[in-house]
Design a protein around this ligand. Structure first.
Ligand SMILES: Cc1ncc(COP(=O)(O)O)c(C=O)c1O
Length: 364
């Protein structure tokens, strides 16, 4: 099928760029002796997970049990659930996943650890566990320092669990390269301090797991890191470009939309709004801009209703007519992908593959 035959809105993945993104991350981690365990929340497609493993990832990461169930279909040798799993029925489902592949869970509380241990014993399975620390985002994780040692010791004491190491998410680091260097240096110091404390108590983690897309190519500067979990890097988006971790040439994703109205001067309406793109603004910006118009980057995607996108054309390089089809790169690809049933892998004007987004809406 040709791209021109697709109905809109349609989320396109440029396969040449996607494959280059996979290779670049795999080459980087190999070069620096880091293990790559990509977060699959960005794509939610088992086949994409399979390709990540084929290109050098050692396993995959998910946030939710439902995503873990879906990602089993990728054939991954293991899964990291980078989210505390709370609740008996979810733990039973996770035990079922653990019968099919090795499962490691990141957590930051004795409650989460105790219930995971109980589920492991009752269900006759084993779980790996990572002690999560908060390195600056202020979301989950104990404070770096003695609290990490205490959590690690507690994890070591519980039946059914094998303590594998520590984890953190440096989501507070929004800039790559030079601009993020001082944050990376502070992070490195924090990690080193915690590793020293753990070693003092005779604890040597097998896994020190971190990483994100903005920090992807700076991860080798973090002392003691053994593996990274970038997610967005697989497709990239406007936020990644703004972070400095990639250029627009590295954005594999764009959403094909149709111009449905030009009734107002200097404006066009496209057939995708918040149910197509999500309403996510640019990270760290108050600008009203929901994506980048590939055909005229001077245009401003300035407003949305659920099914209408408002594009201001005052500064656009060209004009458009009703029926024209244009491509918009979303601000935040992970949130956009979760809204689509299928994504279309394209090359040279042709739809080469259709991937069902099997993990979309798997929030439980
Ligand atoms: C725990 C965790 N690890 C890894 C990632 C991947 O980060 P990024 O999307 O910047 O690649 C995320 C993203 O939300 C996350 O929450």
């Amino acid at each position: 099928m040709q791209i021109s035959e697709l109905e809109t809105p349609a989320l396109l993945i440029d396969l040449d760029i996607f494959e280059r993104n996979l290779k670049r991350a795999a080459d980087y981690t190999r070069q620096h002796g880091l293990r790559l365990r990509p977060h699959t929340k960005t794509h939610k497609v088992p086949e994409v997970g399979r390709r990540q493993i084929e290109s050098g990832a050692v396993g995959l990461t998910v946030a939710k049990v439902g995503e873990a169930e879906v990602m089993l279909r990728s054939g991954t040798p293991d899964l990291l659930v980078a989210y505390p799993v709370i609740g008996a029925s979810k733990l039973r489902r996770l035990a079922e996943v653990a019968r099919q592949t090795r499962v490691t869970v990141a957590l930051d509380s004795e409650e989460a650890a105790r219930s995971l241990s109980t589920a492991a014993v009752e269900q006759g399975v084993g779980f790996g566990v990572l002690a999560e620390m908060d390195v600056g985002l202020g979301r989950v994780g104990v404070t770096p320092g003695p609290d990490v040692v205490a959590l690690a010791k507690f994890l070591q004491s519980l039946p059914g669990l094998s303590f594998e190491g520590i984890t953190f998410y440096p989501g507070h680091i929004k800039k790559a390269g030079e601009d993020g260097a001082s944050d990376e240096a502070r992070l490195s110091q924090t990690v080193r301090g915690v590793l020293d404390l753990l070693r003092h108590d005779g604890i040597v983690p097998n896994i020190v797991s971190g990483g994100s897309t903005p920090s992807l190519f700076d991860c080798h500067t973090v002392d003691g890191l053994t593996e990274i979990r970038p997610g967005t890097y697989v497709y990239n988006d406007v936020n990644t470009v703004v972070s400095g971790a990639c250029t627009f040439d590295d954005c594999a994703v764009s959403i094909l939309v149709t111009v449905v109205s030009t009734a107002r001067p200097n404006q066009m309406i496209i057939d995708g709004g918040s149910k197509t793109f999500s309403s996510d603004r640019l990270v760290g910006s108050t600008a009203l801009s929901f994506g980048r118009l590939v055909e005229a980057p001077g245009a401003v995607f300035c407003n949305m209703n659920e099914e209408h996108g408002y594009v201001n054309l005052e500064k656009a390089e060209r004009r458009f007519a009703v029926g024209d089809r244009v491509r918009m790169i979303p601000n935040h690809v992970c949130a956009a992908v979760n809204l689509h049933e299928n994504v279309y892998g394209v090359r040279n004007g042709t739809v080469e593959v259709t991937w069902q987004v099997e993990g979309r809406g798997k929030l439980q």
